[in-house]
Design a protein around this ligand. Sequence first.
Ligand SMILES: [Fe+2]
Length: 170
Amino acid sequence: MADKEARMMHGPKSTARTDILTLLQEEHDEMEVLIKTVLDSADADDVTDLRRRVLAEIRAALVPQAKAEEDVLYARLAQDEQTRPRTLEGTQEHLVFLRLLGELHAMTLQGEVWMAKFKVFAENVEHHLREEEQALFPQARTVLTTLEGRELVGAYQAAREGHARDAAAA
Ligand SMILES: [Fe+2]
């Protein structure tokens, strides 16, 4: 937990020396905070407004992150037979939670059915992030060289910005 707080404080902004796996871990931590905000929103005064606003933040971050991760990190790790199976699985998990996210976005009422769907979405995302952090990323650290891990940061950020622009234009 202390590690997590330290990462949150320093944030993902200092990317000059970071590697792709550390950057993604920081993005995971930020995503978990956003998801928890919605899960804990039942007693908020402006509950509908809060859920709408935080869901928009989740979408704006998660869609480009998942797609850029596939384009850059998964594409590289799919070339190694040790990590390939988990990249295929991860891609399918992205499809499931991005579909749920789209359904949440399309629902106009943020009542109990919306919240039930959000909980399923949250469970799917949590499961995916745990698998990446506990299984894929440790394997990836043995596949990628230190230099490669750093070099993938720029490609990932460029892909993420591209997908964010596409999403904003759609
Ligand atoms: Fe992912």
